[in-house]
Design a protein around this ligand. Structure first.
Ligand code: ATP
Ligand code: ZN
Length: 286
């Protein structure tokens, strides 16, 4: 066995671009000429397999690929023996039940005895089992949303992102049964040498993600309020404080998490901060 870590990526589709972008942001260089099934990185021990997303969990469970990037929906539906190593934060979507727009809806109990078309029979039957509902699940592989209008089923269970496809097919979303995002999956019995490469890649992915979730912030603070301003800006260790040429003022530099961002800005303004600059962070090593 050579010491290359093999990663399975969707060949084309909604996951392809963001998966490759993440790997590029990790500093890995490669050539993914269109139509290629395989490629090797030029500056990192990583080999790519480009596959249909549905096949990725199986390839990883069998160890043909060491790791892979798929939607969590696909990973769960396939019920293959793989580890979910990391949630990747892109390709967010939900799996929902939808019924014809004109139908009244009271709750999940309405699905008792109803026929439902879906490409996710396992996730759906688990959901119905949990709710003690017996329904008739029809597995179809695509164009699920037209099933009610052609008389194939009373309802559907499908991926929804904006809901516009449902609306244009005369359907309304009534229950979200699964929230999904892209995940990194892993062969459960990876050899130590490959595990080491994976850890290097994960270290880089974490730095990229932390960078995306944080902003570098610079501001001018009146010295009288410096303590209070520093208290709302925890930073990585603590903020940097530099004196300004104008007496009574300092420049404060720190890192702010995106989730808390606007709240922090509001507090800083109220404490007299001026000239606030916010800069994106490419990578952040914690
Ligand atoms: P393949 O040809 O590889 O089988 P596919 O047609 O099955 O591709 P895509 O439509 O490319 O799959 O979707 C891949 C994954 O992207 C889905 O399994 C889901 O996790 C996620 N996804 C699907 N629809 C959306 C959406 N509208 N917005 C965001 N993510 C989505
Ligand atoms: Zn697919």
């Amino acid at each position: 066995m050579n010491n290359l870590l093999r990663i399975a990526i969707q060949k084309s589709g909604r996951l392809n671009e963001d998966s490759l972008k993440l790997i590029k942001e990790c500093g890995v260089k490669f050539n993914n000429g269109t139509g290629k099934l395989k490629s090797t990185a030029t500056n990192f021990p990583l080999e790519f397999l480009f596959l249909r997303d549905d096949d990725i969990p199986g390839y990883v469970a069998d160890g043909v690929a060491d790791i892979g990037i798929v939607g969590e929906n696909v990973s769960v539906e396939k019920e293959k023996h793989v580890l979910i190593t990391k949630r990747l934060g892109f390709s967010k979507c939900r799996l929902s039940l939808a019924i014809p727009k004109a139908k009244a809806y009271q709750g999940p109990g309405d699905f008792q005895g109803v026929s439902v078309a879906t490409s996710y029979p396992k996730i759906l039957s688990n959901y119905f089992k949990e709710k003690n509902i017996v329904a008739d699940i029809h597995e179809i592989s695509g164009s699920v949303e037209i099933a009610p209008s052609i008389g194939l089923a009373d309802a559907i269970c499908d991926i929804v992102s904006s809901g516009s496809t449902l609306l244009s097919n005369g359907l309304k979303e009534v229950e979200v049964i699964f929230n999904s995002e892209a995940v990194l999956i892993e062969y459960p019995d990876l050899a130590p040498a490959k595990q080491e490469i994976l850890q290097q890649l994960l270290f880089r992915m974490k730095a990229v993600q932390a960078g995306k979730n944080n902003r570098y912030i610079l501001l001018n603070a009146p010295n009288d309020n410096l303590d209070k301003i520093v208290a709302v800006l925890p930073g990585m260790k603590s903020p940097t404080i530099l004196p300004l040429a104008m007496s009574g003022w300092s420049s404060v530099h720190s890192v702010v998490n995106e989730d808390a961002f606007w709240e922090v800005i509001e507090q800083l303004k109220n404490l007299g901060a001026q000239g606030i600059l916010v800069v994106p962070i490419e990578k952040m090593i914690l």
